[in-house]
Design a protein around this ligand. Structure first.
Ligand SMILES: Nc1nc2c(c(=O)[nH]1)N[C@H]1C(S)=C(S)[C@@H](COP(=O)(O)OP(=O)(O)OC[C@H]3O[C@@H](n4cnc5c(=O)[nH]c(N)nc54)[C@H](O)[C@@H]3O)O[C@H]1N2
Ligand SMILES: Nc1nc2c(c(=O)[nH]1)N[C@H]1C(S)=C(S)[C@@H](COP(=O)(O)OP(=O)(O)OC[C@H]3O[C@@H](n4cnc5c(=O)[nH]c(N)nc54)[C@H](O)[C@@H]3O)O[C@H]1N2
Ligand code: SF4
Ligand SMILES: [Mo]
Length: 711
């Protein structure tokens, strides 16, 4: 076995982001090597996280045995699987008897394969009978998903393959930094530029992506809706909109036209800080191009007006007639390895497999018949992620976490941690003792990407197969085995299988006839066809790389406009909190950092959390590079090292969120939620900065420093 792995290699995909780069792995547990594969997503490219991904398999502090705490406040000790699973099952029974079924909740993750996400959703509804399951995708692309669903009648990250990008004459990337978050994807934008295409990037920072652009709009965080309305205003004024397209393929333009009429470039400049001339230039680039795309990422989406922001960009695309045609459209750059599939198959509070709605009687009946249960037994919609976290220790007494490190990644982390500690039962399955696992009553060690088989769906809607390369270490189970064993102990085992291929084939049936229909997709086809795009209703169907070419997915075939007023973020700078804080990612770390902080090359490249501010702002505040500073918001305080950069707006601070502890960005962030998507406002809040200690013997006072001017 080891010999054959070494000689032929195993073709699989990276464990991290939604690009799902193809890679071949050679070697054995004495040492693995990652070789990039010429796959349509990455064309032979990988980022540093991908190159080093196999280090996770042999990391010295992998969990290899269940851990248990005998009493609250006690220490975690090794336990047998029997002991740990018995404790989980009795804890669940006890809570549900005393407080009702919904008092036990499940929190999932967009990193789980389709098979696992599907089984987790079924386990919550059929195994536990709880309505309360949601997942970290609610922190991620929920705003784009909600807006896409409302505007087009269907939500898939990109409605076209990456291969279509080079053919777009103009592209606007709104609040995405793919040069760091999906580096190999930049090949497609480079090809687009090489053809003479224009690339516009809207970001408060001069990111590596903004440097690759022909025009950078350095907007104030939280002002995207004003920018998008301003672009549409100019396009209308200059006669650049496509009236025939609006007439034939859309509905609801008139209220949008009226709304954007007051978004004059001068006014939009005052709101966004983007010079009026640049607004006019960007509108002309997009409107005059024969083909154009708008791609959004977390910048405009992770806001309390995230859905409005995405609608404002979709309105622009529709009015310009740049949707539902080749090399045109709106797309969202999804995030996690299975961010797309993870949002389609039932780990969301309001959803059943195949992108079905849990409150739709026909959808309930279809899924209940595959599951062999009575539709009336299926719970209704549960609490969304942030609301679920807010209920911990209150109406929710037990929580099972699969593939998320909420103690680091949820907003207002200090409050979340307190609520985790208030639970009667916290169960965490993970590869490592994450900050969340460290607070659990029971920790269950799981296999990882290359130790099990399963499918993921990448940002293009392409369903891919991750292959098994090695056995998990002794004592480590897969998530699927754990769910089956728990179902057995709850006397619901008859409804579940522990075989991944069996779960996959049941999953295909459960999606049949749904929006995200995977019925025709098999492991064999995925391998033979370099992935298969959903919807793919039967084995004879070739899959759907391009959506909306003939019609949008609403019953009448028309896309919908939604009029959006700029309302601004939930928190504006004030004399006490005079600056804007935004948070995001660095190339070498992934998410809460559980995985990448354990890979030496990545940890050494970015060893500690920091805040990035403009040198002018630092001078005004009497600060120098490497000073230790405290950032304070209305939620909490974080201690960080100061980094200076001319690439950020002087009124804005940037903190990456890849660390827990005192430097965790989420000690600061705002829990204000979007009313539709329920996404928290990770990208904007008001902040103040204070010096903790002077660097290099400086005699400047460490008193509170409040800016006199905020740009
Ligand atoms: N290296 C790395 N890659 C990753 C991940 C990772 O953790 N690390 N995570 C993956 C996941 S799950 C996701 S969701 C994606 C996220 O991918 P991206 O969305 O590209 O990443 P972010 O850094 O969160 O945010 C993108 C940009 O938004 C800008 N921004 C901040 N506020 C605003 C605003 O108000 N408006 C606008 N227009 N822009 C703003 C930030 O300056 C930042 O450059 O990355 C995926 N890839
Ligand atoms: N301030 C701020 N906060 C943010 C964001 C931001 O931009 N700013 N972005 C948000 C976004 S977009 C996202 S997606 C979230 C992500 O944040 P999290 O949900 O915390 O995501 P990860 O850090 O990837 O956590 C995954 C955990 O599961 C483990 N794991 C990996 N694979 C498996 C598996 O197969 N099974 C099991 N059981 N465990 C596994 C990993 O070791 C890790 O501990 O963070 C959000 N938080
Ligand atoms: S871009 Fe994403 S999928 Fe590709 S190697 Fe990097 S982390 Fe992995
Ligand atoms: Mo994400």
């Amino acid at each position: 076995m080891e010999q054959s792995v070494r000689s032929t290699g195993v073709a699989t995909h990276c464990p991290y982001c939604a690009l799902q780069c193809g890679m071949t792995i050679v070697g054995d547990d004495a040492g693995y090597t990652v070789l990039p594969r010429d796959f349509p997503t990455n064309k032979g490219g990988l980022c540093r996280k991908g190159w080093t991904a196999t280090e996770l398999l042999t990391a010295p502090d992998r969990l290899t045995t269940p851990l248990m705490r005998d009493r609250k406040g006690g220490t975690l000790r090794p336990a047998t699987w029997d002991e740990a699973l018995a404790r989980v099952a009795s804890g669940i029974r006890d809570i549900q008897e005393r407080h009702g079924r919904d008092a036990v909740a499940v929190f999932g993750g967009g990193g789980l394969t389709n098979e696992k996400a599907y089984m987790l959703g079924k386990f919550a509804r059929v195994g536990l009978g709880t309505a309360n399951i949601d997942y970290n995708g609610r922190f991620c692309m929920a705003s784009a998903a909600a807006a896409g669903l409302r505007a087009f009648g269907l939500d898939r990250g990109l409605p076209f393959p990456l291969a279509d990008i080079p053919g777009a004459d103009a592209i606007l990337i709104a609040g995405g930094n793919p040069a760091e978050t999906m580096p190999p994807i930049m090949q497609y934008f480079e090809a687009q530029r090489a053809r003479g295409g224009q690339l516009i990037v809207a970001d408060p920072r001069v990111t590596a992506t903004a440097r690759a652009a022909t025009l950078h709009l350095q907007l104030t965080p939280g002002t995207d809706a004003a920018l998008a309305n301003g672009l549409l205003h100019v396009a209308i004024q200059r006669g650049l909109i496509d009236r025939a397209f609006i007439e034939a393929r859309t509905a609801g333009f008139e209220p949008v036209r009226r709304t954007v009429a007051s978004y004059w470039p001068d006014r939009v400049e005052r709101i966004t800080g983007v010079p009026a001339k640049q607004i006019v230039a960007a509108a002309a680039i997009l409107g005059e191009a024969a083909t154009a795309m708008v791609l959004s990422a977390r910048g405009p989406e992770q806001q309390s007006r995230g859905v409005d922001n995405v609608h404002a960009f979709i309105n622009l695309v529709l009015a310009l007639g740049k949707a539902g045609k080749p090399h045109c459209g709106y797309g969202c750059l999804t995030g996690q390895g299975n961010g797309q599939g993870g949002r389609e198959h039932g780990q969301k509070a309001d959803q059943l497999p195949g992108y079905r709605k849990i409150d739709n009687p026909a959808h309930r009946a279809a899924v209940a018949s595959v599951w062999g249960v009575d539709a009336a037994e299926l719970p209704g919609p549960g609490l969304s992620a942030c609301e679920l976290l807010a209920a911990l220790g209150d109406t929710v007494r037990g929580l099972l976490v699969f593939a998320s490190n909420i103690a680091v990644s949820a907003p207002a982390a200090q409050a979340q941690i307190g609520r985790l500690d208030a639970l009667d039962l916290l169960v965490v399955t993970d590869l490592f003792l994450s900050e969340t696992a460290a607070r659990a009553d029971v920790v269950l060690p799981v296999a990882q990407w290359a130790e099990e088989e399963g499918t993921t769906t990448n940002l293009e809607g392409r369903v891919l197969l991750r292959r098994r390369l090695a056995d998990p270490p002794d004592g480590v189970w897969t998530d699927i085995q754990i769910l089956k064993a728990l179902a057995d102990r709850l006397d619901r085992g008859a409804y579940f299988s522990a075989s991944v291929p069996e779960v996959f084939s049941e999953f295909r049936r459960a999606t049949a006839g749904g929006i995200a229909d995977y019925a025709g997709i098999s492991y064999r086809r995925i391998a033979a066809e370099q992935g298969v795009f959903w919807p793919c209703p039967d084995e004879a169907h070739s899959g759907t790389p391009r959506l909306f070419l003939d019609r949008f997915a609403h019953e009448d075939g028309r896309a919908r406009f939604f009029a959006v007023e700029y309302r601004g973020p939930a928190e504006q700078p004030s004399p006490d909190y005079p600056f804007i804080l935004t948070t995001g990612r660095l190339l070498v770390h992934y998410q809460s950092g559980t995985q990448t902080r354990r890979v030496p090359q990545l940890r050494d490249a970015e060893p500690e959390p920091f805040v990035e501010i403009h040198p002018h702002t630092a001078r005004m505040l009497g600060l120098r590079a490497n000073d230790r500073v405290a950032l304070k918001t209305r939620r909490g305080e974080a201690e960080l090292t100061l980094r200076l950069s001319r690439d950020i707006r002087p009124d804005t601070f940037f903190v990456p969120f890849h660390w827990g502890g005192k430097g965790s960005a989420n000690l600061l962030t705002n829990t204000a939620l979007d009313p539709v998507s329920r996404i928290p406002e990770f990208k904007v809040c008001a902040v103040r900065l204070e010096k903790v200690e002077a660097h290099g013997g400086s005699d400047r006072a460490g008193a509170s420093l409040v800016a006199t001017e905020t740009n």
